[in-house]
Design a binder for this molecule. Sequence first.
Ligand code: ATP
Ligand code: MG
Length: 454
Amino acid sequence: MRVQIGPEFFAKTKSEYSDWTFALPRELMQNSIDAGASFVEVRVSAENGMTVVTCHDTGCGMTRNIIEEKFLTLGGSYKLDNAVGGFGAAKSLIAFSNEQYDIYTNDLHVNGRGSEYTITEHERTPGAKFVIKINGDYVARIVRGFKKFIAMSRWSGELILNEETITERTQNGFHRRSMGWCDVYTNNSHQSQMLIRINGMLMFTKTIHVDKCVVIELVGSSIDNLTTSRDGLKHEFQSQLDEFVYELSVDKQSALRERCGYVQDFDGPMITPIQNESGDVWVEKDETPITAKEISEKVVKDITRSYNFKFKIDNEIGVRLLDCWTPDDMSSYCQKLVKAWVHCLIVLHQLHNKSSSFSVGFIFSSTTLATCNSDAKEFLINPADPTVLNEGIVKRSKKWGFAGDKRFALIVAAAHEFTHNLGCQYHDEYFTTKYDDVMEKVMSNIKLFYAAFR
Ligand SMILES: Nc1ncnc2c1ncn2[C@@H]1O[C@H](COP(=O)(O)OP(=O)(O)OP(=O)(O)O)[C@@H](O)[C@H]1O
Ligand SMILES: [Mg+2]
């Protein structure tokens, strides 16, 4: 016994695609490109209430065996190396769901209606030629679909569409970052469009709030990354893509930044500020009262002498770091910076009655002054950022202090990251409101912060 497939099954195929008038050209073109075609001629016209799509390529064509076992078999697929397809599902859209379809290839002619077909001998046709008849007038939309696919893809072959050569293509552009399952590029072609492609072939697009065209080149095959309709990504990638689109709208620079560096963890306890009854005195775990200033001094001493506090180095840009930037042999500038950073954070915790543990460290980045990982409760400051980098270190003068503007920049950076740590992950309105509250407290207690630099 075999599973039966009724004609209603194929009739519903088109509704499985978010826009079948784009998906049909995409699947036809992609099969031709997968077959190694360097030239495709397409004609789309209206005839007797039907739309007739003829697509003739110069690819490898099909043998009788491939036609029967692969093309006319649901799930059947046979591809050359580096091909994009592989689901064996597109035949439903490009053939079985239509009023009629004809395929001419080698010396064969397939004539089909739904799941019924005949194969006869025919005069030789190079490559493969598909003639598809669809009920209704979809000429304009299908022509638009072919144009969109080719203009937003990176294919070196030639497409003639209704006697017009379509020359527009979209190259990847500037490589921004890799996310493992995809590479991200930007270019200036289709503004506010994200093109999700595989092997340079457009799968689907997304509107984004960025003044650039962002190209997502998927790594691996269709089956690894895409849903069967190729209108979306598999769940784990789709959620990462959604997150990336959100990051882009909030902070384009940081969303597009390459994460190519490495992370070094210096293990040790977290900093746990506990407030005692009098409000402004801080105690450590052993209940000995000590001030914020004393804590920060102790932290720095412990970090640099015996790694006795957790410290992280996120070397995002992968530069070679001299020991003076690390706890191994930290320069006096770095020590002062860590001390001031810890101090500011302790005071912020104090002003907000927070006694949650946190740790600190350095981030080396070309775009970030400071960052906070709320889950890990980590606050990292970029010691090489000109906003805080002190001339003292450059001039090598023995006696130097942070210049006034640099002090304030560090306090503001701490307040900003502390706001993130209050549960405001993104730079949205919620963040702005919280940040205003934090800054109000900072400004009315500014002396407590300036003590960090003494
Ligand atoms: N233009 C073509 N030239 C040569 N072979 C083709 C062409 N179109 C389809 N085929 C053959 O028919 C097979 C089935 O095509 P179909 O598009 O249904 O599935 P697929 O391309 O393998 O996978 P997907 O569902 O991901 O598109 C292909 O694997 C290929 O061997
Ligand atoms: Mg295909």
